[in-house]
Ligand binder design. Structure first.
Ligand SMILES: CC(C)(COP(=O)(O)OP(=O)(O)OC[C@H]1O[C@@H](n2cnc3c(N)ncnc32)[C@H](O)[C@@H]1OP(=O)(O)O)[C@@H](O)C(=O)NCCC(=O)NCCS
Length: 223
């Protein structure tokens, strides 16, 4: 089965497809454009098959889960953002997402950066995300943020970013603690986040914040 990714195709102004390798036999009949395919990292059969058809490995995605305890204390500092913060957030978010799967040679750095800026903008008007949390506790400026989307009793971190010069000071940890507090208050039982295998700083941050890796996938691209 192959489906067009409508939002991405419109945004990047070219056809981008999502291929389900298990439900697709004739890889010779692929459409024009960029074909993306996510395969569980344990599915060696699918990984072999996709590479035989000249798909190239792009990035690995690790999924982390944290079970929300009942005794999370309130965290001072973080607050909910509004659209007024858009320019400030965009100003330090460009070039932050260097480990993204929207990468060269398939996407330019400009395309990657504008994708994340649009995600921030849409999240701030609460079109994509349910919570947009910012941290201003160091100097009254926004130095980091995290977004959350809620699916019944599970929440997922969409974006998390800390200003380059403020990394390593515990800002992401504080934002995640606040996100956990929101989960607890809203009876959300699990918090999920995914990152790339090469993003060691993010992996260390999640592991320190008591997330456990529960799944992993490989992304392959052709076109
Ligand atoms: C991943 C990211 C959000 C982590 O943010 P951060 O604010 O630097 O994270 P923290 O400060 O909470 O923890 C990171 C490091 O600081 C250290 N740290 C934590 N609290 C600290 C404190 N109070 N004082 C000093 N250092 C501290 C941690 O030990 C950790 O260091 P380590 O390399 O030894 O593991 C940040 O690197 C980032 O914005 N990256 C770019 C965007 C990105 O990739 N986002 C993830 C997409 S999935």
């Amino acid at each position: 089965m192959i489906n067009k990714k409508t939002w991405e195709s419109n945004f990047f102004k070219r056809d981008i497809w999502s291929l389900d390798i298990d439900k697709f036999d004739s890889l010779t009949l692929l459409p024009e454009g960029l074909i993306t395919c996510k395969v569980p990292s344990t599915d060696t059969k699918a990984i072999t098959k996709i590479q035989e058809f000249d798909f190239k490995y792009c990035e690995s995605e690790l999924i982390f889960e944290c079970i929300i305890d009942d005794d999370i204390e309130q965290v001072d500092g973080p607050e909910i953002a509004t659209i007024k913060s858009l320019d400030e957030l965009i100003s330090f978010s460009k070039s932050s997402y260097i480990f993204s799967r929207f990468r060269q040679p398939w996407f330019t750095e400009e395309e990657r950066d504008s994708f994340y800026c649009k995600w921030i903008e849409n999240s701030l008007i609460y079109e994509y995300e349910d919570y947009f949390i910012i941290d201003k506790s160091h100097n009254k400026q926004i130095n980091g943020f995290v977004t959350l989307k809620v699916y019944n009793d599970t929440a997922k971190i969409g974006l998390i970013n800390v200003k380059q010069e403020y990394r390593g000071l515990g800002i992401a940890s504080r934002l995640i603690k606040y996100a956990k507090y929101i989960c607890q208050k809203n009876d959300i039982k699990k918090l999920l986040v995914s990152t790339q295998l090469s993003n060691t700083q993010a992996i260390r941050t999640y592991e320190r914040m008591e997330f456990k890796m529960i799944d992993s996938n490989l992304w392959f691209y052709k076109g």
